[in-house]
Design a protein around this ligand. Sequence first.
Ligand code: 13P
Length: 338
Amino acid sequence: MNSVQQLQATVDALAAKGKGILAADESSPTIAKRFDAIGVESTEEHRRAYRSLLFSTPGLGEFISGVILFEETLSQRDDRGVPLPELLIKQGIVPGIKVDKGKIPLDGGEPGDEITVGLDGLAERLDRYKEQGAQFAKWRDVYTISECTPSSLAIDENARVLACYARICQQAGLVPIVEPEVLMDGDHSIETCAKVTEAVQHAVFQALVKEGVSLEHMLLKPNMIVPGKDCAKQMTSEQIAHETVQVLRRTVPAAVPSIHFLSGGLSDEASTRYLNAMNQIGPHPWELSFSYGRALQHPALIAWQGDAANAKQMQAALYKRAKLNGMARYGLYSPDME
Ligand code: 13P
């Protein structure tokens, strides 16, 4: 396979009908926060045990096309000594890797503006990750909504960096997931979220085109268009679906094969309902899918409680959420399936 065929094969596998991506790439501080909520210490062994159980869920590959891993996980093994990326491949799941190095305050920006870092040495790291089994990558930019953020500098700089990352990935033969996340934190309206997200997506696609990124061989991971967490006026699933699809139609070229939403702090059920509502108002020029972290893992984490004796219940909880989101890919989910 030449490298374009290889990228195409990865895109086709990740965008498969009825499936989506599991984000299990929490950085060390983030996984520590999740474990802390169930009273489990975040040691390397606990992280290995937890993620081995997630990935060995029987039948996971029916609804999960890819899993995004954190660097540490790439070299971990399950209890029988099978490398975790290999365990995923055996399930028919494509392993991927988060490659950004997190965010820092943006020089010259407004207070609250941030920039994601990690381009230095990225090409060399990608070669190593590829040898360890990764076939796609993820990079996340973050935008906070406030009176003065995100500034136009933050929008432009993050877009530029995201586009550089995407180009370097494609050159290395890995499919880039491009993730610009407008956070839900705050009391802003759904209209503000739509306006900011539209500006961010415009800048991202302008930068991607300028960098010469092949739109056919990337995936987009955006936020949905929702009111801020503390906004008094909440919305129906149908309104959220309408607003989200409208912003995407204005900004995302039809050449992009598939859009995989993040859950961003939405509840498990809301994430499924909103995706379902969007797929009910199709057809769309792209697949509308998921790449959830919390919304897929939350019930599994609660069931696990750090105890291997709870493995069956934990895996059943993950399987159920994966299956319901698989139904939402066709617009066939209904809340009574919960
Ligand atoms: P959430 O679905 O929990 O937002 O995580 C997705 C993700 O990968 C964030 O980078």
